[in-house]
Design a protein around this ligand. Sequence first.
Ligand code: GLP
Length: 268
Amino acid sequence: MRVIIHENYTDASAWTARHIARRINTFNPSAERPFVLGLPTGSSPVAVYREMVQLFNEKKVSFRHVVTFNMDEYAGLPADHPQSYHFFMQQHLFRHVDISPGHINIPDGTADNLDEECRRYEEKIHAAGGIHLFLGGMGSDGHIAFNEPGSSLSSRTRVKTLCEETRIANARFFENDPGLVPETALSVGVGTVMDADEVVLIVTGNTKAQALRQCVEGGVSHMCTASMLQVHKQAVIVCDDAAADKLKVRTVRYFKDIEREAIAMKEF
Ligand code: GLP
C-alpha cells in the first residue's frame, strides 16, 4: 500500500486527478478497449472531479472511451433527486466532460428488485472486463463505498444498512436531519473493490484521522473495511496532513521520504 501525504486537500485532489488522467492516457483507450473507471461520491472526490474537468477542458484527457461504475447509490432515491448519487455525478463530473451516457453505470436505487439489481451490476462489471482503477473515499468509521464496519471483506454488490455514524455524517446533505438519510443503500462489496487492478483512496481532513490510522497502521479488520487495501496488489492512499495527524511520526516520515518524488510531481 502506498501512502502519499500532501499538505492539503487541494494538492491531494490535484495529484489524484492527474494520476487518473495519466492512467487513462497511458492505457490509450479505444472504442474496442475502453478504460474502466470506478468512482465514488461524497465530499472527498469533489475537488478531484473539478480538476478532472479542468484537465478535460485543457484537452489533457478525454472520457470518450472511458466506462464508469459508481460505488453506490441510496435505496429509494430516483436519479433526479438532488441527493442521489446519480444527480451528484452529473453535477460534478459527467455533464462537464465528453463521456457517453451509455458508458455510465450507477446502481439503480429505485429498481423493483434491489437484490437483482445488485446481481446485475456485478455481472455488468464482469462483462466490462473488470475495473482498471477504482477511486474511492473513506467514511469516518473506515468504510469504503457503503461497506460499514462488520461487512464481509469478500462481499459483492448488495443492499447495505447504513450505520448511525454514517447517517449522521451524511445528514449534512439532508437538511441536517439523520432521519432523512435513507436507511439502506446499494453498494459494491469490498471484494468488488479488491478485484480492481488499482485502488486509489482520497482521504482528507481530521475527521478521517482515526480511521486512516486504523487503515494504515492497524491490522486488516472488517471493523475498518478500507484496511483490506493492505492486501491489495496496487493500492494508493492519497491524503493530507490533517488526515495523517494520528499516524505515528515515523510512519509519516517513512511515507513522505519514499514518496518524495511522487509528491513533488506537479507537471501533468
Ligand atoms: C459515503 C459514501 C462513501 C464515501 C463516504 C465518505 O458514505 N458511500 O463512498 O467515501 O461517504 O464521504 P465524504 O467524502 O463526504 O467524507
